[in-house]
Design a binder for this molecule. Structure first.
Ligand code: SF4
Length: 419
């Protein structure tokens, strides 16, 4: 979204936006602006590799200027300019205006809510707040993005209206912690009222909640989810672990029993809810017993979707300063593999339970004779897809809803027929 606002400013100034997928030797852009991520090692490595790829293209004369912005350049604002030569400017996550100025573009506040969508036109991400007031021991994000700041509700409603006017049907609500929305501005949690306001916008058909935090989860959100057809019965809630000992060391503000009670509450309050979660394996304090607790929890609670990370020690976090990262890399990987193998059986069982059902899907794309679609049970990128033979589906269904019958399933994707 930060990138999309920036692209809109460039577009307004007369630049032609080239899709990221287009090879640099074909596109030969004047400017490449790289939005970098720097919160865990794998993301840092990916960002740095991307910088070097573009710098290589610059050396070959394919790119005139290279700007780097986002979390990585904010986090390492002193080190990066010394260590990487050839970049025309490093900018922090909130330095969009400075970067535009360096490119000779004057920031236009009259289009501040507008975005050049990099997603297909029928869905968009809506960032409802920035920063985080939590203090998870393993996490560098609060030190990079600062304290939690909500976007005023009126502004979000206006932005959502603009997106709906352009044909967006699904909004994916994101933030470092969506459940914290409103606490700074309105002195109370306002995710529920925000959902209600967004659901009133004509054209918006699906609202999907990502990155919610378990401790003090707002009850009204569950009631709205259960009662409002536009709010997907889908919740992305990173739980990170189930062992009380590990959760305490993570500073998550919730223990294992309360985590179990919360998941029970979700299932009871919103029948059929699809839960996506993530877990961290190999965090300090996770011995054999704690890891077994995690496996037992996942086996019992059967999350429809689950991803995992191996613990990566990040400098200057509470964990890095106070814990020993003593679990060998090999053990972390073995635990990751065991957890994901368990989950693959659970995901397969869940997907197979849908065979024979009729589901309403949103068509994302057509490619190679196949329609790629999602139901309210699948989010963008992180979940599998519903694949439908394209021959029977009119091209006009792209970006629209239709009903399909699920005919087969594997652990990731489902196959369906247009009906
Ligand atoms: S809530 Fe999320 S962003 Fe905030 S500190 Fe914890 S893990 Fe990091």
């Amino acid at each position: 979204m930060d990138s999309e606002r920036l692209l809109r400013q460039f577009e307004q100034a007369g630049f032609v936006i080239v899709p990221e997928e287009e090879p640099l030797d074909m596109a030969a852009p004047d400017i490449v602006a790289l939005n970098t991520c720097g919160f865990i090692q794998s993301a840092k490595t990916e960002s740095i590799e991307a910088i070097f790829t573009v710098l290589e293209a610059k050396k070959r004369g394919l790119v005139k200027k290279v700007f780097v912005f986002g979390c990585l350049s904010q986090r390492y604002r002193n080190e990066l300019p010394e260590e990487i030569e050839g970049v025309d400017g490093f900018f922090g996550a909130d330095d969009a205006e400075a970067m535009l100025a360096a490119a000779g573009v004057k920031y236009d506040p009259s289009i501040s809510l507008q975005r050049h969508l990099t997603t297909p036109p029928h869905y968009a991400f809506l960032k409802i707040s920035e920063g985080c007031d939590r203090s998870c021991a393993y996490c560098a994000i609060p030190s990079i993005r600062g304290r939690h700041v909500s976007v005023p509700m009126e502004k979000l409603v206006d932005e959502a209206q603009l997106l709906a006017d352009k044909g967006v049907k699904e909004l994916l609500l994101i933030a470092q912690d969506t459940t914290f929305y409103g606490l700074d501005l309105y002195r109370k949690r306002m995710l529920g009222p925000l959902l209600e306001r967004l659901a009133d916008i004509k054209g918006i058909e699906w609202l999907r909640i990502h990155y919610s935090y378990p401790s003090d989860f707002p009850q009204d959100v569950l009631e709205i989810m259960a009662g409002c057809d536009k709010v997907c019965k889908y919740l992305d809630i990173p739980l990170q672990h189930s062992s009380s000992k590990v959760l305490a060391m993570m500073h998550r503000g919730i223990d294992g029993d309360a985590t179990r009670a919360l998941v029970d509450k979700f299932r009871k309050a919103v029948p059929g809810i699809v839960l996506r979660t993530t877990m961290i394996v190999g965090h300090p304090g996770e011995g054999v017993r704690e890891f077994r607790d995690l496996l037992d929890f996942v086996r019992e609670y059967r999350f429809e979707r689950l991803g995992a990370f191996t613990y990566s020690e990040e400098e200057n976090t509470y964990g890095a300063l106070n814990y020993k990262d003593s679990i060998p890399k090999r053990v972390k990987q073995e635990r990751y593999d065991a957890l994901m193998e368990l989950q693959s059986g659970i995901s397969l069982e869940y997907n197979e339970s849908r065979v024979g059902t009729v589901e309403r899907v949103l068509v994302d794309s057509f490619s190679d004779g196949t329609v790629h679609a999602r139901s309210e049970k699948e989010s963008v990128d992180v979940d599998g897809e519903i694949l439908i033979p394209a021959a029977a589906v009119p091209a006009a269904m792209q970006g629209n809803f239709m009903n399909v019958k699920i005919t087969a399933a594997d652990e990731y994707d489902l196959t369906a027929q247009f009906i």
